[in-house]
Structures are given as C-alpha cells and as structure tokens.
Design a protein around this ligand. Structure first.
Ligand code: IPE
Ligand code: IPE
Ligand code: MG
Length: 232
C-alpha cells in the first residue's frame, strides 16, 4: 500500500491546564498528554494520514523551570522506549525534527534507537518536533542558498512537507514558531479540547471539518481534498 501524502500537524497544547484543573502537578498533565499521543498515533495510521508532525517541545520551552524540563525529557525518553512495539504494529516510521545537541544523552540515544528500529514503517510517518523552532529551521535552510535563491531548492533543504491541516489543542490561536513555511496554505483548526483529552473522535472531527474546506492555493478551483473521500 502506498503511503498517503496527507500531512497533519498538531500543536499539543494544554497539558498544564489539564493538570491545574484537577489540582495535580503539571507533570501529571504531560504524562496524560503522552497517553493521548499514543492513541492519536494509532488513530492517524488508521485514518489514512501519511505524515503526522507533533509539537512536543519547542526551543522556547527551555525557559520553563528546570524540573519541568527534566520531566519532559524523561517522558520523551520513556515514551520512545515504550512505543516501539506500537509503532511496528501500526507501520509507523518515527523521526525527530529539531536540534539534537541540547537534548540530554539518554533521550538522544532513545531518539536514535527509535528512528533505527522504525525505519521500515510504511503506513504513517510520525515526526516528533523536539527542541524545535521553525525560525531556526528556516535560518539553517537558508544557509544553503546562494544569491540566486530558488524556492524548490529551499524547500528541499528544509526537508519538511507542506502541511495540509494544522490542529492546535488547548484553545490558543497561534503558531508558536511551528512549521511557519510549511503552513503557508495549511487549513487551520483550533479546538478548546486540552491535549490530554484529545482522542480519536476529536481527530475524526478535525478531519471531517478539513474535508469540507475549499482549498484554492490562490487559484479558483474549489475542491475538497480527494484523499479524504474514502476515509472520512
Ligand atoms: C503543552 O502543554 C506541552 C508543552 C508545551 C511541552 P503546556 O505545558 O504548554 O500546557 P499549558 O498551555 O500550560 O496548559
Ligand atoms: C507550544 O506550546 C509548544 C508545544 C506545544 C510543544 P506553548 O505552550 O509553549 O506555546 P505558547 O507559549 O502558549 O505560545
Ligand atoms: Mg501551552
């Protein structure tokens, strides 16, 4: 089966508020967020999404208290180790985008191992954005350009497909330095659902909403995305 080209990106926001509302420490929100990611990954591979890019930790998230950062890096490491069977069973190829040099060694080794183990996955490409900044990625990619800057060469250097649907949970309506170039013509979907509560039904709802959008890319053709006709 050929992999779908549909690219969905998710800003997984609202873990802290989810915990606050329950009188729990923020870490509990991140742990529940990790469970939500497992469910959404499985659902995405079932629902015909080709690439799923999720924002797990931004370059600006280093500003958070050291204890929270440590907890997030610990969760990343354990998530990667735990989810390998799920990835293999669901045909998931996992890769991590963002800087690697500031990631603690344990998590960095877990990333390398997960990428190696899952490289044969052909159903869904799951990209975890960790220590990621879209502005930094753009600056890096621009270094390859001579004065005759060409869009397609630049995009190839960026090595990140255009986003079809961008979902942000948690109610905020901003991009927070995520996939700025890739979202040039993305359909945007903002939901108040906090990330730990986001499940397969919410994903289905977002895809159903997306399937009704008319994408024109600056032209006049008004057509729903045919890639969704069979699935959603
Ligand atoms: C998203 O949840 C996870 C990360 C940014 C690492 P938050 O931790 O931002 O949760 P809120 O926005 O404070 O509720
Ligand atoms: C964006 O959420 C980053 C991730 C979800 C990983 P933030 O909570 O860091 O974003 P802001 O600060 O509300 O813009
Ligand atoms: Mg937040």
């Amino acid at each position: 089966m050929t992999q779908s080209t549909l690219h969905v990106a998710i800003i997984m926001d609202g873990n802290g508020r989810w915990a606050d509302r329950r009188g729990l420490p923020r870490f509990a929100g991140h742990r529940s967020g990790e469970r939500a990611l497992r469910g959404v990954t499985k659902a995405a591979s079932r629902q015909g999404i080709g690439t799923l890019t999720v924002y797990a930790f931004s370059a600006d998230n280093w500003k958070r208290p050291p204890a929270e950062v440590r907890a997030l890096m610990f969760l990343l490491e354990t998530h990667l180790a735990k989810e390998m069977d799920m990835c293999r069973e669901n045909g998931v190829r996992l890769s991590v985008i963002g800087r690697r040099d500031r990631i603690p060694e344990g998590a960095r080794l877990a990333i390398e191992e997960a990428e190696r183990i899952t490289r044969g996955g052909s159903q869904l490409h799951l990209r975890l954005a960790v220590d990621y900044s879209s502005r930094d990625a753009l600056v890096e990619a621009s270094k390859c350009l001579a004065n005759d800057g060409d869009r397609s060469r630049f995009a190839a250097e960026l090595d990140s497909p255009d986003v079809d649907l961008l979902i942000r949970t948690g109610g905020e309506k901003r991009l927070s330095d995520f996939l700025l170039w890739e979202c040039a013509y993305a359909e945007l979907y903002f939901t108040p659902v906090l990330w730990p509560d986001f499940n397969e039904d919410d994903l289905t709802e977002a895809l159903a909403d997306y399937s009704k959008r008319q994408r024109r890319f600056g032209g006049l053709i008004e057509k729903a995305d045919p890639r969704l006709a069979a699935g959603v």
